[in-house]
Write a protein that binds this ligand. Sequence first.
Ligand SMILES: Nc1ncnc2c1ncn2[C@@H]1O[C@H](COP(=O)(O)OP(=O)(O)OP(=O)(O)O)[C@@H](O)[C@H]1O
Ligand SMILES: [Mg+2]
Length: 259
Amino acid sequence: MKILVTMGRGGTGKTSFVALTTKYFIELGEAPLLLVDADPDQNLGEMVGVDLHAAGKKSISELLVETFLEEGGTTVGVPPTERIESRIWGRGMYEGEHFDFVALGTKWVEGCYCLPNAALKGALESLTKNYKYVLIDSPAGLEHLNRRITSKVDDIFDIIDPSKKSFDHVERAYRVAKEVKIAFQNFYVVGGFRFPESLENQARKLLPFKFLGRVAYDENVEEYVLAGKSLLGISPETPAYTSVKKVMENAGYGRHSPL
Ligand SMILES: Nc1ncnc2c1ncn2[C@@H]1O[C@H](COP(=O)(O)OP(=O)(O)OP(=O)(O)O)[C@@H](O)[C@H]1O
Ligand SMILES: [Mg+2]
């Protein structure tokens, strides 16, 4: 099992990157896949054609609130981790043909949520074991790292735009990930769709991390997102998709490259 996570500042193209990577993994036949939407704004679902609520499912935050706040978490004989885990399987997990999908959701409760956090972490660790790949879409910024929904990650993809802030973000992201003790194998930098070719060399030279390439600007993506259509249905010839494919091949996820 491998866990892949996107990071980056707002609007650099993290979510579309996860959606297009999902399409690539499906094309490679890499199943089973689990997608985790860790952004409270919950954009990933729409980009991969999933409407959680319409499918009768709840976000994990909603399930946590139900389990621990409304019913009181510890009174029943089942340990909290198991309780939340079985709820997620039953009522939080969207099961698709090529991938399963869960959303962490918005309703994070105030106060001490040590118990739900610990239970969630335990439950997620156990859930993710069933998959070959877990793709996590993060919100912008770095605060979410503190939630530490997972303590072990294989690849981090930091998606950057052409700004000093983005360059700074990369170093900070790396530091914070280390500080909160998230163990990761690879820290990659990817040029987002606004990142110009002319800055590629600078990114390679200035940043002490492997630069995997750029995601091409693509009006098809804009059009799909605007219309709320799933990016999984986009043409495989389209520039954004072919560039994401190349980026993933550079990270070692190719048809012919050993993993
Ligand atoms: N390859 C692309 N070409 C052109 N436009 C794109 C591309 N990828 C994304 N976009 C546009 O940029 C917008 C932001 O993309 P996306 O939601 O993937 O970014 P994000 O980093 O996840 O944003 P947030 O920080 O809000 O989560 C999308 O609504 C889409 O219109
Ligand atoms: Mg996003």
